[in-house]
Write a protein that binds this ligand. Structure first.
Ligand code: ADP
Length: 381
């Protein structure tokens, strides 16, 4: 055991010196303390491996000191020594973190064997802890690496999709331009080609704007930029601005608002949420109506956008919130689109702690229901 350092804490000088005499010849560095306060001072000044601690001392009791020693260094082995060995005290000392219990009087051999055993236990304890720490570190490192790999994979998959989707309209624009340049477009077709070029360029710009919006939304809310927003005003103005488009298609458009809640939101977020939903309803409804209803249910703001349009099949329902997804029937109905509207809507709903549900029948129509918690976000007037 060699150079292990031992502190003997006992108010009896005979006991302190007796221990010193018994231990020093075996290579232990022994220091002594008469009471708890001196013991704590010595512990602060030097490294100690093991403390022999009198359970019955005036001032700080042995049990109390035991707690303070372990607060200072949990690896220090404490062996309680006392002349009044009772089962109760032994049990309390062990519970408080003592490694062993040595009843007075004891022989040198008993002391040496208790110290030897205590130091061996300490060594094993330290090794076990180090091993556990190493294992935990390795596990944490492995987890970080796995998460990073997953993140990188998702990020590069997203990049591939973005590039693929953006390449499409740019490719079409380039083809049209080449055809026109090479003289394949007659004068009477020129305007039609220019219109198509315009449409593709607009689609490209829309995609870039929406990608930018989505990227901003993914960064989360800016708490310093939350303002009270009236949900009904936003809904009314969105429907009003899209009404002309609906009427031009022969659709009937209604708004029904039975609740006037105000919630804290970032400028533009609620407008974008309703605009995408109502615009989709108009675009994917060839005939019939688009209704927007705002109510309050169970302390939540509930907004429904109801259309009598093309509807969504069950298989498609699982995919419509994926970035860039557009169903074949949607493409047939409305050639241009970005497939980014619903991901934006979903992200906004999530940011405000809400939920979105879709109920749809193919060929019959759809109901998009948004629920936003009113309580957490309700602005104080
Ligand atoms: P986009 O409308 O530009 O295609 P969205 O992300 O807004 O992109 O919508 C994704 C898809 O969800 C649409 O392509 C369509 O297939 C489906 N969809 C969304 N809203 C409706 C609706 N009201 N009726 C039928 N299908 C819809």
């Amino acid at each position: 055991m060699g150079t292990a350092t031992i502190l003997v804490v006992d108010d009896e000088v005979g006991m302190r010196e007796g221990c010193r005499r018994a231990l020093t010849p075996h290579g232990y560095q022994v220091s002594v303390a008469e009471h708890g306060a001196e013991a704590l001072r010595k512990l602060r000044d030097r490294h100690v491996d093991l403390v022999l601690l009198d359970a019955m001392m005036p001032g700080i009791s042995g049990l109390e000191l035991l707690g303070k020693i372990h607060e200072h260094d949990p690896d220090i082995v404490c062996i309680m020594i006392t002349g009044y060995a009772t089962v109760d005290l032994a049990a309390r000392a062990m519970k408080a973190g003592a490694q062993a219990f040595l009843p007075k009087p004891f022989t040198s051999d008993e002391l040496l064997s208790a110290v030897k055993q205590g130091l061996q236990d300490r060594q094993r304890q330290i090794e076990l802890r180090q091993q556990r720490e190493q294992e935990e570190e390795a596990l944490a490192l492995q987890r970080t690496q796995q998460e990073r790999a997953k993140f990188n994979a998702v990020e590069s998959r997203f990049m591939l999709v973005v590039v693929h989707e953006l390449r499409n309209p740019v490719g079409v624009v380039k083809n049209y331009l080449q055809l026109m340049r090479a003289g394949y477009v007659d004068a009477d077709e020129r305007d039609e080609y220019l219109d198509r070029l315009d449409q593709r360029a607009t689609q490209l710009l829309d995609m870039l704007d929406e990608l930018l919006e989505l990227a901003h939304l993914k960064q989360g809310l800016d708490p310093s930029n939350l303002r009270p927003v009236s949900v009904s005003s936003v809904v009314s103005s969105v429907v009003e601005s899209l009404c002309e488009k609906a009427t031009a298609k022969g659709l009937v458009c209604h708004v029904q608002i039975s609740s006037e809640p105000t919630i804290k939101a970032q400028p533009g977020h609620l407008d974008s949420l309703w605009r995408h939903l109502v615009d989709n309803a108009i675009r994917y409804t060839p005939r019939g109506s688009v209704d927007v209803v705002v109510t309050e249910e169970d302390g939540q703001i509930v907004g429904r956008v109801i259309d009598t349009g093309i509807g969504i099949s069950n298989e498609e329902l699982g995919r419509i919130f994926q970035e860039f997804y557009r169903s074949e029937s949607a493409k047939a109905q409305c050639e241009l689109g970005t497939g980014l509207g619903l991901p934006i809507v979903e992200q906004i709903v999530r940011l405000y702690g809400g939920r979105i549900e879709v109920d749809s029948q193919l060929g019959q129509g759809s109901v998009f229901t948004v629920r936003l918690p009113k309580e957490a976000l309700t602005a104080t007037p």
